[in-house]
Design a protein around this ligand. Structure first.
Ligand SMILES: [Zn+2]
Length: 77
């Protein structure tokens, strides 16, 4: 008897993960001057509030980066 395994290679598909068990899409803000960043939050306004607090404490820090973490999933068919 010979055991054989056949591998079928299909096409990979990639798309944003919108399954119920997907990781959440999160927002954070990072100061482009000093690199400090807010905690990731599912609510973009939380990150924006952090920016106002950071700018209040650091009046010379005027530029920021929005960090969006979006879950994706890949599968082969
Ligand atoms: Zn800063």
């Amino acid at each position: 008897m010979t055991a054989r395994t056949v591998f079928l290679f299909g096409t990979w598909t990639l798309q944003p993960d919108q399954e119920p068990d997907a990781e959440p899409l999160t927002y954070a803000m990072e100061c482009a001057v000093c690199g400090a960043a807010s905690e990731p939050s599912e609510d973009a306004s939380v990150a924006q509030s952090w920016t106002f607090k950071h700018a209040g404490r650091n009046p010379a820090h005027h530029t920021y980066r929005e960090l969006i973490t979006r879950p994706w999933r890949a599968w082969m068919r």
